[in-house]
Ligand binder design. Structure first.
Ligand code: ADP
Ligand code: MG
Length: 343
């Protein structure tokens, strides 16, 4: 008899794996607690005030290469990616915990720089480091960060609130971080690089969490679903579709792209659609807005931030169906959003 191969993590992928175990842990939660499934967990606190908690893991050789990112940038990024999840819920970050597994021989000067990058962002965003854990690592460097924040119940924005007919929008350019990553992996040294390439690498190494944008959008009742772009819109939109029970149409000609990315893509032969839609780590916000209210909201957003709120598509009632178009014609992307086990 043929032996059946045991199911492995690659068969399920990152999100199939999370779905498989999370159902059990979502049972019997008090109705005031939001568990696994959104950018942050939401816990009751004081009256209408809610506590937001999020965590992210950065692993050497998986998320970063130590000779390709400065320690200060990594300190910034480890905190920034967590702040981005607080921004996605419309919250204000307050406290952080940092756990590190350190390979022997790591120079202390490296950590001095790491904390310099962390502290600068922590000071600017009002986040205090309250604790963590430090251990040795037999492999690479591992960094885990937990951030807690707060928000008012009235302003919480979930992934599950998208409705057919909503406009899909993003708060920043897409694909810069993926462009930066491709340049980093080309093994060139950043010194002496042309300005476009330096810009993209910086966007990859020092992402800016859209905290102000998140708080502004959270206060607008016409904003329905919101999350941050961490795995690329191709993957992140699937999370909105699953949670909201809907589909999405994306108009590729509307994806906001920086001039630097366009120029680099042309020069290096990158497929811009794939870089922008499937590339991860842009850490801007992805949201859906009641269609009739979108133009007025986009005007208010522009007045406040002097940047467009870019409409990139529409929510449909075709459950879990993500379709791309360019000039009304369907397009199949050659690449999907990021999944740790399906690369
Ligand atoms: P994000 O990119 O916003 O950090 P993900 O889309 O990666 O969130 O994760 C989806 C949800 O699954 C989140 O609510 C996250 O907290 C949860 N999750 C991911 N991994 C685990 C895990 N190992 N144990 C419990 N919950 C997890
Ligand atoms: Mg997120």
């Amino acid at each position: 008899m043929k032996k059946r191969k045991a199911l492995t993590i690659e068969d399920l992928g990152e999100f199939g794996f999370i779905a498989r175990f999370s159902t059990d842990f979502l049972k019997n939660l008090p109705p005031t607690v939001l568990g696994i499934g959104d950018d942050c967990a939401v816990l009751p606190w004081k009256g209408r005030k809610k506590l937001l908690i999020t965590t992210d893991l950065l692993v050497e050789e998986v998320h970063f290469l130590r000779d390709k990112i400065s320690a200060a940038d990594l300190g910034h990024k480890a905190l920034a990616v967590n702040l981005s999840d607080i921004a996605a819920m419309g919250g204000r970050p307050r406290w952080a915990f940092l756990s590190i597994a350190i390979p022997t021989g790591t120079p202390i000067a490296w950590f001095d720089d790491f904390f310099r990058g962390w502290k600068r962002l922590g000071r600017r965003t009002g986040v205090h480091l309250l604790g963590g854990d430090t251990t040795a690592s037999k492999g690479g460097l591992v960094i885990n960060v937990v951030v807690a924040g707060e928000t008012d119940q009235r302003y919480l924005k979930y992934r599950s609130a998208a409705r057919p007919g909503d406009v899909v929008a993003v708060t920043g350019d897409l694909g810069d971080s993926e462009g930066g990553l491709r340049l980093i992996l080309k093994k060139t040294s950043p010194a002496g690089l042309p300005p476009d390439e330096r810009y993209l690498i910086r966007r990859h190494c020092r992402p800016r969490p859209h905290l102000e944008e998140g708080r502004f959008l959270a206060r607008q009742p016409e904003v329905r679903a919101m999350m941050d772009v961490s795995d690329g819109i191709d993957s992140d939109l699937r999370r909105i579709m699953e949670r909201s029970g809907c589909g999405v149409k994306i108009y590729l000609e509307n994806l906001p792209l920086s001039p630097a990315l366009k120029r680099c893509a042309r020069r290096l032969g990158w497929n811009l659609d794939e870089v922008a839609a499937a590339g991860g780590e842009d850490y801007c916000l992805l949201l859906t807005v009641a269609r009739n209210d979108f133009p007025a909201l986009a005007r208010r957003f522009y007045r406040r931030f002097r940047r467009p709120l870019a409409a990139i598509g529409l929510i449909t009632d075709e459950k879990n169906r993500l379709r791309y178009f360019r000039n009304q014609l369907p397009v199949i992307l050659g690449k999907s959003g990021f999944d740790h086990f399906k690369v």
